[in-house]
Unconditional design. Sequence first.
Length: 415
Amino acid sequence: MEQFYGINPEWIREYARLIVRTGVNVQKGQEVVLNCPVEHYEFARLVIEEAYAAGAGEVILRWSDTVENRLYYQNVLEERMKEVPEWKAESVNSYARRGACWISIGGTDPEGLKGVDPKKIHIRSQAMDAALEEHYKLMMASINPWTVAAVPQKQWAKKVFPDLSEKEAMKALWEKILKTVRIGEGDAVERWAEHDRFLKEKCRFMNENAFTKLHYQNSLGTDFTVGLVKGHIWEGGSEKAGSGVIFEANMPTEEIFTMPDNRVAEGKLVSALPLSYRGNLIRNFSFTFRNGEVIDYSAEEGYETLKSIVEGDEGSRRLGEVAIVPYSSPISMMKLLFYNTLFDENASCHFALGECYPTTVEGGADMTEEELKAAGGNSSMNHVDFMVGTADLVITGIKEDGTEVVIVENGDWAV
């Protein structure tokens, strides 16, 4: 298996098995949609083998290719980008309606679309998001089990380890990724179960305290207060799908998260890490909020890409997620910038602009979009995480009666 650069092949297979059995928890006869970059074909085959071994009824493989994407943006007219054939949308939405589970394998060049006009990416993304709205709504509401994982890619590995040869960088990135998903140090399934219990304990504490607001402060310049919707629920680790199946949406995961009130956000948030968004990097950026809405933003690099995020649609200026991650999380302790949100968000407290998770408010999964908005939940075609956690971050919880409790101090849980 040439793609695995000398890594123990049993660990690679265990990773594929973990994605299938713990990630989406494939059920007998269930359809599995596998999204994967073409360069990861060997790993995709392992995932497919494990899915069928778990009893999958059929695995539907959907390839992606950054090089093809670049050629598309360089050659296709903007007007045509707005068109999504009905068959293409239905090929995705129909599987969502049928109860399929979704596995997305990441791992591409963080700057694979650098230089491409952000306007074109925005136009195409809006068209695809609208066409696949049914699928995305079911996924965000956790009706369908889904998971996101990643495997190394050459340009990505060299970005993370610029001083190593390509071969050494690939091996090093494989080792780091496997460590983040708890493979190579005993029974990975049991270690995930133990970690899940830890996250659930933190959720229990936050839910019992029912804070109405959180106040963030650090030396980067973050001074920010966010409201939490009434009846909000903190979640983390495993989730329950509409069918009752337990799944893990992100592998790795170190966060607990909930629903912010999109009408209540005041102050300034300053990024703690760069953001890799659709093949472009955004560095040293910040947002200023008033009455829940971004009223100003800046970036030292990638401003146009940041602009495309904020101006994506009406809900892109408001928050849909607030997440707490201890600065001493295993990923943070690697002292490594992954240039990949799946990993970097699990090294840092973060927020997301855009769509909320309906399951993070009482009864949210059964609410209409209008009811969710009335409760303070945000609606958008986008959901973009950005990191704000630092070694000196302080988060103070504020209760309805004004009582204040320091939740995070020096970047770590204070409770």
